[in-house]
Design a protein around this ligand. Structure first.
Ligand code: ZN
Length: 169
């Protein structure tokens, strides 16, 4: 099982480095992507994961396929995760909303963050092709949360009303 590092790990506080374009399809990056997908799939409440969260300081994040559209949430199969390599946010709406937020690396803490309602990210996919994807709501929030991870920022740095929520089993 791939371990998801927790908030006091220094890897979460460093600025992640870009992946060389020529390296995107290399076995090393393929293995990192496979590990990230495995780690994300192991968390039933996980919607996205950044590479530093598995201890790899590279600019990569993935988004669970079911978080991408409303219709897919209805489907029972686990759709493919979407891969963002060297992502940059190209657009952020001025219009913001206060949203509930948590993080797989800040286990059991939740708080309220102010996030742009819409965001567009440009990145390379795992084939090394550049693409752009716009999103609103949860997807826009994910883009902002995950690119923050790549710059060493955690949501608890700016969230309000952070509380520990104990999971009752
Ligand atoms: Zn996170």
């Amino acid at each position: 099982m791939i371990e998801i590092v927790q908030k006091d790990d220094p890897v979460l506080r460093q600025k992640a480095t870009e992946v060389a374009i020529s390296e995107i399809t290399s076995p090393r990056i393929r293995k990192i992507l496979a590990d990230m997908k495995e780690a994300l799939a192991s968390q039933e409440d996980g919607v996205a994961l950044a590479a530093p969260q598995i201890g790899v300081p590279l600019r990569i994040f993935i988004v669970a396929g079911f978080a991408l559209t409303e219709e897919l949430q209805e489907s029972k199969d686990r759709p493919d995760d979407l891969v963002f390599i060297n992502p940059t946010i190209t657009k952020l709406s001025k219009d913001k909303a206060e949203l509930e937020e948590g993080c797989l690396s800040v286990r059991h803490f939740y708080g309220k963050t102010l996030r742009s309602k819409k965001a567009t990210a440009r990145a390379y996919n795992e084939k090394g092709e550049i693409f752009q994807r716009g999103g609103s709501g949860l997807l826009a929030q994910i883009f902002q949360h995950e690119t923050d991870h790549l710059d060493g920022i955690l949501f608890i740095d700016h969230a309000k009303e952070v509380q520990k929520v104990d999971i009752i089993k």
